[in-house]
Ligand binder design. Sequence first.
Ligand SMILES: Nc1nc2c(ncn2[C@@H]2O[C@H](COP(=O)(O)OP(=O)(O)OP(=O)(O)O)[C@@H](O)[C@H]2O)c(=O)[nH]1
Ligand SMILES: [Zn+2]
Length: 364
Amino acid sequence: MSLSPDITEIIARARSDLRMGVPVVLCAADGSAALVMAAETLDGQRLADLRALGQSPVLAITARRAATLKARAYDGDLARVLLPPDARLSWVLAVADPADDLKTPMKGPLQTQRDGDAGLHRLALNLVKSARLLPAAVVLTLTDGEQFAARHGLTRVTLDQATPQLLRTSPLHPVVSARLPLEVSEAGRLHIFRPEDGGEEHYAIEIGQPDRAVPVLARLHSACFTGDLMGSLKCDCGPQLRGALLQMGTEGAGVLLYLNQEGRGIGLANKMRAYSLQDQGFDTVEANHRLGFEDDERDFRIGARILSLMGFSSVRLLTNNPAKITMMEDNHIKVVERVPLKLGENAHNHAYLATKASKSGHLL
Ligand SMILES: Nc1nc2c(ncn2[C@@H]2O[C@H](COP(=O)(O)OP(=O)(O)OP(=O)(O)O)[C@@H](O)[C@H]2O)c(=O)[nH]1
Ligand SMILES: [Zn+2]
């Protein structure tokens, strides 16, 4: 029935439930099912209620986090850590969150599950990640997923439908655009694009009236609250943002996409967790890994989609990141030229920029 939520809408609900600390039920076609809670938003009462169901829960973490904790990841990209019978909420949080790894030696060694299928655990982690929470989820096997969800009023997500949905880029739709005179050019215009999956909106600033028949000067800028707005010296984002706009203003035409993928796609709270780890001596890539994330969790396809929707098919791309060029080419946007954007190096971000060059392939 069209009034019922489809899989995209059910996933959006699940994401918001997990952020609120509400459990969700995951079901597979073979009848297996699991009750899932995000470790980050779990509370003591819900953990006790979950334990009262009788089965032993596991804590699903990514292989990246497992490597830091020296836990064996038998499932490739993830590990299922067995909760010791006396494990409290603080134990769950200490496994999920690396903040105190160095201060508090881990209870361990951690035992991980080897037998059985990890499909529902993988879906749990993907959902928690897409909710911009720490990638760790408490998972309890259920025998009657459908009835359990109905009895407790919980959102139920099916593995077969959800997995392809989480892998694809949500379609985006233009919402509105309006004139926006800017310091760099009075001929500015702001366009808003909204994804169908309930995720964050993305923006495009169009400067002048770029001819769609020739390559446009373009920048894909990922949100950086600290650098773009606060003038943080820890990265180069603020100077890059303003430098790109200035170049477009000077040339009289260009398009800057402002993609709401804060912290290379891990969200601002997790980026601040990464910053704390950087203060403990880890570099930007190591910090992401200790948290359980990949170096870069952004979906660059979104940028190519927005350019296509705006009628652009080729660009002169302002970037030092070769991955952005590859992604554009793979998604039907021709990059005729890379325009370097070397701005804003200082004593605080020198090591960060050097790490991006040595570990993430950024061009100098
Ligand atoms: N996770 C994480 N994200 C960071 C850190 N420092 C900056 N960021 C984020 O990194 C992203 C930088 O985005 P961009 O400047 O578009 O991308 P880039 O990959 O550096 O590529 P170019 O600037 O085009 O060369 C922003 O989303 C920032 O919020 C960090 O230490 N950890
Ligand atoms: Zn930044």
